[in-house]
Design a binder for this molecule. Structure first.
Ligand code: GRG
Length: 266
């Protein structure tokens, strides 16, 4: 209806995201979840990476999906923190010299630049472990808990982040004529889509969504993942390092399989 269209046109995404992040206070929950305790250098590195200033898209998606299916947002706060821990772990690892070798992330020197490679690797591992520990301390029914842990684990390994990253790294220098949109979609769906998908699905599961609702949330989040990474690929070639908070144009220099490359745009 017209009324509906007007409502949608009025919806402003940025203030919504900011107000969500503030109301639920994801940062405070993360602050409590990752205290500055022994081993100090590891916790310092974990906190450095987490509080370097991410947009908190995954936790917000998790809380919003929980609310969407009629759940109490608060019940998903631990899961929301856990997905941000996994995301941050993947960024720490992605930036390492043996991966993308980046000096800048979220506008700051990367974790290994500040703390050294061994501490960066250990703090990534610690974030992965803490994400699971933290989630399993949530007050959820055994059924919901198993489902949430399963979805999260699946999104990290060879069905998710690791698969996307492996294909991404092996795509470097390939001739665009030898690869197609399916290869690019594989990278995007796994590297970026899988954790966004898990974030939303876990929120919907915790919120008590029906199987049908959970699957609708899944396909919605999968589309956001694709959209998100296509935009990320374009920004990498069109924005400056200052605007991006990370080294711009690196994918192109590395000969990575990106959206602009596959469509012969650059
Ligand atoms: C080692 C088990 C294990 C997994 C890690 C390194 C790796 C495997 C995966 C890399 C995944 C990766 C870096 C994907 C890119 C995702 C992406 C689009 C990141 C940027 O997300 P934003 O814009 O970042 O949400 P902020 O900084 O706002 O949080």
């Amino acid at each position: 209806s017209n009324q509906r269209e007007t409502k949608d046109d009025d919806f402003d995404f940025k203030p919504y995201m900011i107000s969500k992040a503030e109301t639920i206070n994801i940062n405070r929950a993360l602050d409590e979840a990752i205290p500055l305790i022994e081993p100090l250098n590891i916790y310092k590195a974990m906190r450095y990476a987490i509080f370097a200033g991410g947009k908190r898209i995954r936790p917000i998606l998790c809380l919003a999906a929980c609310e969407l299916v009629g759940g109490e947002e608060r019940s998903a706060i631990r899961a929301a923190c856990s997905v941000e821990m996994i995301h941050t772990m993947s960024l720490i690892k992605d930036d390492l010299p043996c991966m993308d070798n980046d000096d800048l992330r979220r506008g700051k020197p990367t974790t290994h630049k500040v703390f050294g490679e061994s501490v960066a690797i250990l703090s990534g591992g610690a974030l992965l472990a803490l994400a699971l520990e933290h989630l399993t301390e949530a007050d959820l029914s055994p059924k919901k808990m198993v489902r949430a842990v399963q979805e999260l684990a699946k999104s990290i390994g060879t069905k998710g982040l690791v698969a996307g990253q492996a294909k991404d790294l092996s795509s470097e220098g390939l001739d665009p004529n030898d690869v197609g949109l399916e290869d690019l979609e594989y990278i995007h769906v796994h590297k970026t889509g899988s954790l966004l998908e898990a974030s939303a699905v876990i929120g919907a599961v915790i919120g008590g969504g029906s199987e049908e609702e959970v699957e609708k949330v899944r396909s919605f989040a999968r589309c956001i993942g694709l959209l998100f990474q296509v935009v990320d690929d374009i920004l990498d070639e069109t924005k400056s390092s200052e605007e991006l908070g990370k080294t711009a144009g690196k994918d192109k220099v590395a000969g990575k399989l990106t959206y602009p490359k596959v469509i012969n745009w650059s």
